[in-house]
Design a protein around this ligand. Structure first.
Ligand code: PLP
Length: 509
């Protein structure tokens, strides 16, 4: 069967056929069929999320499918594709499997994958008008629709490669505004080197690491980020934000207050309305990192959780998490459509000013990227296919799974629930049967996760909580982003964790 596929493929198309050509398109149909059937056979029909085995074994399996290596002198022809396909797919994680609930890395909608294929074949780029007119038109419409979804009446913004980039752009715009208020008209041009005052960004101690890294990249320094303590439900304490802002010295100035709508560790949502109020009172930019929680707004519970998000100056949200899009699919939205003007840039080779004035306008000035995929296509295809109603059902399904898992964990004698889920994250730990010191309990829980990967091809997440004294506690985490998961598979997942816990516990004695 495999030999036959390989033989068929070799007749299929010349090695250098272009995708959007007669030859290319005709053979793409067959090539797609072959690829899809291999994914079905090697990924979907495998009943583990991850390939089972040690990392070294998986590595060998993947490399064994590459006779001739990744860069042969003589081309191997299209016949080389099925082997690589098989190696790649066999060594992949199946995000739609029953025994994966690790991270915010989600399985994708079929319609999104189909649309993304079209974006690849046509290879549109939204930076310049002539590189992708329809993609540009759709992206503008989508940005407005996403802004409307959050409650903005008018807005700017852009699609991005992820919330990491969205956070960077948002803080870049915040930096521009705060420097302007300090008398530096355009810090994007002049730089900040001559300014000795100390910038401050206030974010939850559970904020995503990309906030710090963005501060570093923007020349504000990673140390400019002040970690604000959280309450027992892992939400940033607004009074602490107000206190810190009020106590800043004369040489310190706030650049932004960052609220997180859906922390990566706990799915907790900071009190956005209160934070908006405080930021307004101190005239500070309010950014909301809604990478995870932004799309939960389709559901009633999510909407309640993220109340106040419409008061943010900027919002990051991922559609490759809740949203079920192939990465990259994310957005940075701006309440003030003019807030991104520091990135305005005209260069003759991309977007000559006179072309723009004549209506030939691309999206080059919205981001720091030049070439940029039409990621918009898959997103619009999905939103139109499912509608608000369909999106709500998918979100609700994930939230319900988390509630179900939390209830089962809470009543389980060998597990201890750490958080009541606000979104779809459930944090817990395995309780060893005999009293043991914290260190041992930590080590057993860490080992559980690795055993699940190695022996069961199952993947669950990990959370470390460091208390002020510096001692740390290790937890396991389920993140539910697969709306098709059944309650039975949640039970089985819990069963696997307990089984792995019992094995690890024995190893420790
Ligand atoms: C995932 C995540 C990010 C990073 O987003 P990418 O899309 O991976 O770049 C930022 N913030 C939060 C809260 C996240 O969950």
């Amino acid at each position: 069967m495999e030999a036959k596929i390989d033989a068929t493929v070799s007749d299929l198309l010349p090695a250098s056929a272009l995708a959007a050509s007669d030859d290319g398109l005709r053979s793409l149909l067959q090539l797609t069929e072959i690829s899809v059937s291999e994914i079905l056979k090697l990924l979907c029909e495998r009943n583990s999320a991850l390939p089972i085995g040690q990392p070294g074994e998986v590595e060998n399996q993947v490399l064994d499918t590459l006779p001739g290596g990744v860069l042969p002198d003589q081309g191997l022809g299209i016949a080389s594709w099925p082997e690589l396909l098989r190696g790649f797919v066999s060594g992949s994680v199946n995000l739609a499997a029953e025994n994966v609930a690790a991270n915010l890395h989600a399985p994708v909608l079929a319609i999104a994958a189909a649309a993304d294929f079209v974006a690849s074949i046509t290879n549109q780029s939204v930076d310049a008008w002539e590189s992708g007119p329809s993609g540009i038109v759709l992206e503008r419409a989508l940005i407005t629709a996403l802004g409307g979804l959050l409650g903005y009446s008018a807005n700017g913004g852009t699609l991005t490669s992820g919330s990491t980039q969205a956070n960077l752009l948002a803080l870049l715009h915040a930096r521009q505004r705060v420097y302007r208020s300090r008398g530096i008209r355009d810090v994007f041009s002049s730089g900040i080197s001559h300014d000795c005052a100390r910038p401050r960004i206030l974010a939850s101690k559970l904020a995503h690491v990309s906030i710090k890294r963005a501060a570093g990249a923007l020349g504000l320094g990673q140390d400019s980020v002040i970690s604000v303590p959280v309450d027992r439900r892992n939400r940033m304490i607004p009074e602490a934000v107000a206190d810190i802002l009020s106590a800043l010295n004369d040489d310190e100035y706030p650049v932004a207050v960052v609220g997180t709508a859906g922390t990566t560790d706990f799915g907790s949502v900071d009190p956005l309305n209160q934070l908006a109020e405080i930021a307004e009172a101190h005239s500070v930019w309010f950014h909301v990192d809604a990478a995870y929680g932004g799309m939960s707004i389709f559901s009633e519970r999510g909407r309640e959780c993220v109340k106040g998000i419409e008061r943010a100056d900027s919002v990051s949200m991922d559609l490759h998490k809740l949203g079920w899009q192939p990465a990259p699919a994310a957005a940075m939205l701006l309440r003030d459509p003019d807030a991104a003007e520091s990135l305005d840039c005209n260069v003759v080779c991309v977007n000559p000013r006179d072309d723009e004035e004549a209506g030939y306008r691309g999206l080059f000035s919205e981001t720091l990227q030049t070439t940029r995929r039409a990621d918009v296509l898959k997103i619009v295809a999905s939103l139109r296919t499912l509608g608000r109603d369909g999106m709500r059902r998918l979100v609700d399904s994930c939230l319900d799974l988390a509630d179900y898992a939390a209830a089962r964990i809470a009543e389980h004698s060998q597990l201890c629930l750490e958080n009541e889920p606000q979104l779809s994250v459930v944090v817990f730990h395995y309780v060893p049967s005999v009293d043991c010191v914290e260190q041992e309990r930590n080590a057993i829980n860490v080992a559980i996760r690795r055993r699940l990967m190695r022996d069961f091809g199952s993947s669950v997440g990990r959370v470390e909580v460091v208390d002020p004294s510096g001692s740390s506690r290790e937890f396991l985490k389920f993140t539910f982003v697969n709306p098709d998961l059944s309650r039975r598979s949640v039970d089985e997942l819990i069963g696997l964790v307990v089984q792995a816990g019992e094995i690890e516990e024995k190893n420790f004695r």
